[in-house]
Design a protein around this ligand. Structure first.
Ligand SMILES: [Zn+2]
Length: 82
């Protein structure tokens, strides 16, 4: 939520337009009836903080060991789930 750059009141986001894959322009309107200023902001990805392993980086038959409870593997294969 942004504040109005003119009067400091709360501004409501009215709509947005995608400018690129990583950038969106948002249109805001001041909620102060005596001001009602409309303005835009740019919302873009600044940097990646974490990155997960891509699906094609692991074998297609890969199943994490903790994907299922131990009971899923049965009593004789309990060591697979540990
Ligand atoms: Zn305002």
């Amino acid at each position: 939520m942004f504040t109005c750059p003119h009067c400091g009141a709360t501004a409501r986001t009215r709509t947005s337009r995608r400018l690129s894959e990583l950038t969106i322009r948002q249109y805001h309107q001041c909620q102060n009836l005596e001001c009602s200023l409309s303005f835009t902001t740019l919302n873009s990805v600044e940097r990646v903080v974490t990155k997960r392993i891509r699906c094609d980086d692991v074998p297609p038959d890969f199943v994490p060991r903790d994907a299922f409870p131990a009971s899923h593997y049965g009593d004789n294969q309990l060591s697979l789930a540990v």
